[in-house]
Ligand binder design. Structure first.
Ligand code: GAR
Length: 202
């Protein structure tokens, strides 16, 4: 089976690069993954250079060129559909998505906290500063609610005496493990998720 993926990002793009490295054109248990679209909403995002290293021209759609969220989301939807992607991965795509997107595209998101705690754009800082003894990362389905869709997988660790820099680096290391593992897991025979209702393109 071939699974086509679209990856959306806004900035640094380290999760995008990790997916290109670990999943693109690779097979796991008879399932081959192909990244068919890299899409970014910021024209100076560093992730664009990372994609180039792997031979990808990133499709740039700047949200500030659109009058409404819905107009921007409509174009995202049509680009993703055009790419033929079976699943869309939000890898640091820092946009609130309207129902135009969420009701038409099957997407998962990686988030740097143990959801439902610390939703939003400052999760790493908030989770570091909280008095919780553990922290972690989540992969979840994208729904109408920001960082609120059904959780697919999580990894946690003890904060201990980590400095902020060590903490942030631990979060990213876990993301690089959990996101590809989750994608592979979704398409494996033993997946706890019935993908059919989730995959809107098929
Ligand atoms: C990642 O830590 C990701 O979890 C986070 O943005 C970062 C992107 O890094 N996403 C969110 O906070 C979404 N709410 P990257 O561009 O280097 O992959």
């Amino acid at each position: 089976m071939l699974v086509k993926l679209a990856v959306l990002f806004s900035g640094n793009g380290s999760n995008l690069e990790n997916l290109l490295k670990t999943l693109h054109q690779k097979s796991f248990n008879g399932v081959k993954f192909e990244i068919v679209l890299c899409l970014c909403n910021k024209k100076h995002a560093f992730g664009i250079q990372r994609a180039k290293k792997y031979g990808f021209e990133t499709k740039i759609i700047e949200h500030n060129h659109f009058a409404t969220r819905e107009e921007f989301d409509s174009l995202l939807v049509s680009e993703i559909k055009k790419s033929g992607a079976d699943l869309t991965i939000l890898a640091g795509f820092m946009r609130i998505l309207s129902p135009i997107f969420t009701q038409n595209i099957s997407a998962i998101n990686v988030h740097p906290s143990l959801l439902p705690l610390f939703k939003g754009a400052n999760a790493i800082k908030e989770s570091f500063q909280s008095d919780m003894k553990i922290a972690g990362v989540s992969v979840h389905w994208v729904s109408d609610e920001l960082d609120g869709g059904k959780i697919i997988a999580q990894k946690a660790f003890e904060k201990g005496t980590l400095t902020y820099e060590e903490f942030e680096s631990k979060i990213h290391t876990l993301e690089y493990e959990l996101l590809p593992q989750s994608i592979i897991g979704l398409f494996s025979d033993t997946s706890r998720y019935d993908l059919k209702p989730m995959l809107k393109n098929t």
